[in-house]
Design a protein around this ligand. Structure first.
Ligand code: PLP
Length: 463
């Protein structure tokens, strides 16, 4: 299915031609386990629970909107990735999907490594005790201060993204009397998003150094001559929310080709390749994500095969899932405020959050599902658009979904699969107070990122 970049228009016809929600689901009370965190279920009273706690109780204690994160699910997903790839490979959680000190501790305990791409993420990681050698530092324009901090801390690798940075990191490392382990991020000419991948013309983006035209080979040449750097491998990240392994296949093949060129020219075999993240998750029942063990097998097979063909020893592989670990583990809980039936057009359900806590629908035309979670309802399904409270008509949370027609102000609805790129991209638009993240586990709920307060807003506003 293809997902158009233009925002859906205001007519019912758009909904019908999109093909997702032409028919309501058989049972609106059912919770598809593909899109909900593992411990989420509906109890006999009809309320939804997570980690054994009713959402109605959570709303009373923590307020709405709020993100509720299933800690045992998060840990289980970390273990599934680590087990699938085994001791011969490295799994780096991409911190930009969602990072907090509690998350860093969970990652550390579950044996994962961590990708950061800013000084703020690095500070969070180090503060929570992630060993520096398990941290990878990314980004297409790291500042000198960020590089100094990362080298000083002793991060396990810095992923070099430009010719300037190759020199910059080397200088900084030498000045600090260190030799920094680095990878070079290459652009393989493949870009994969959602359900498709395109294998041409995707050198036109800001990340990485192109394989095309010998650019990446030149970057390797330069990195190998600089004393401040220890080049350990090649990095490639091809996109996000990817379901099809074909893009990874092309990417791995091209990276291995570069390793073979490097061997031929310099007589060395770089020991590592990093194939990035981008593995898709289910936002709606239409999405069918792959399990970590399938992904590990597919990637391992591709790399082994390509290396055999090129006569290279198989390098150590790393992967960087962000969304695939944290995305499915959280949902956003909202309270319904108003419901407008626009005759012949659409029904708008307004909630107490919106684009400030989930920008993805406005930014990427992302799809989400939604459910009434404070009670069971056997009313007829009603096609709705769930919108926020912001001063923007593009402030849409869920474009098209069915909710029961007896929905009323005060009901709680929840949007699943909001663990990734929602809190981490949250804003203060309209001076909204960014919602808390509450970790729930075995009947206990605790705030891991607190709700912003009006005092927080005023503290930054120094008059
Ligand atoms: C964003 C990013 C990731 C993680 O992407 P997901 O879609 O969350 O898995 C991994 N590696 C790099 C370099 C990234 O920029």
């Amino acid at each position: 299915m293809s997902r158009s970049a233009h925002p859906a228009g205001p007519r019912h016809a758009d909904v019908l031609t999109e093909g997702h929600y032409t028919a309501p689901p058989a049972d609106l009370n059912a919770l598809d386990e593909k899109v909900w965190a593992r411990t989420v279920s509906r109890n006999d009273d009809g309320a939804v629970t997570v980690g054994g706690i009713e959402v109605t109780r959570l709303a009373e204690e923590f307020g709405t909107p709020a993100y509720f994160l299933d800690e045992s699910d998060f840990r289980a997903r970390c273990r599934a990735w680590a087990d699938a790839f085994g001791p011969g490979a490295d799994v780096f959680y991409a911190g930009k999907a969602f990072l907090s000190r509690a998350v860093v501790r969970w990652l550390k305990e579950e044996g994962l490594n961590l990708d950061v791409c800013s000084g703020g993420e690095l500070t969070t990681a180090l503060d929570a005790g992630m060993p520096a050698e398990r941290i990878a530092f990314h980004g297409n324009n790291k500042t000198v201060a960020e590089i100094e901090r990362a080298v000083q801390a002793g991060v396990g690798r810095i992923v070099l993204d430009s010719f300037q940075e190759i020199v910059r990191v080397s200088h900084i490392a030498q000045r600090l009397g260190k030799r920094q382990r680095v990878q070079i991020r290459v652009t393989v000419g493949v870009e994969a998003h959602t359900h498709e991948f395109i294998a041409t013309a995707h050198e036109d983006q800001k990340f990485g150094i192109a394989l095309a035209g010998g650019q990446a080979a030149e970057a390797v040449r330069r990195a190998l001559t600089l004393d401040g750097l220890e080049l350990i491998g090649i990095h490639s990240h091809i996109g996000s929310q990817i379901f099809d392994m074909a893009g990874f296949e092309v990417s791995a093949r091209r990276v291995v080709q570069l390793l073979a060129e490097v061997r031929d020219e310099h007589g060395i075999e770089l020991p590592e390749i990093d194939l990035g993240g981008g593995l898709g998750i289910a936002y709606t029942s239409d999405d069918d994500p792959r399990e970590p063990h399938e992904i590990a097998k597919a990637l391992g097979d591709i790399v082994t095969r390509e290396c055999e063909a090129a006569g290279l020893a198989t390098p150590r592989i790393s992967v960087e899932p962000g969304r695939a670990i944290v995305g499915p583990t959280a949902f956003t809980l909202y309270e319904v405020g108003t419901i407008k039936h626009l005759e012949g057009l659409r029904t708008y359900v307004s909630v107490d959050g919106g684009m400030s806590d989930n920008i993805r629908t406005a930014l990427y035309d992302a799809e989400y599902s939604v459910a009434l979670v404070s009670r069971r309802s056997d009313a007829e399904p009603m096609l709705v658009r769930v919108v926020g409270k912001h001063c923007e008509s593009g402030d849409i949370v869920v474009k098209d979904a069915f909710l029961p027609s007896d929905l009323a102000p005060g009901d709680l609805i929840a949007v699943p699969a909001t663990g990734a790129y929602c809190r981490s991209m949250a804003s203060n638009y309209n001076h909204a107070l960014r919602p808390p993240v509450v970790a729930v586990r075995d009947g206990e709920a605790r705030v891991i990122v607190r709700r912003e307060t009006e005092e927080d807003l005023l503290r930054l506003d120094v008059g």
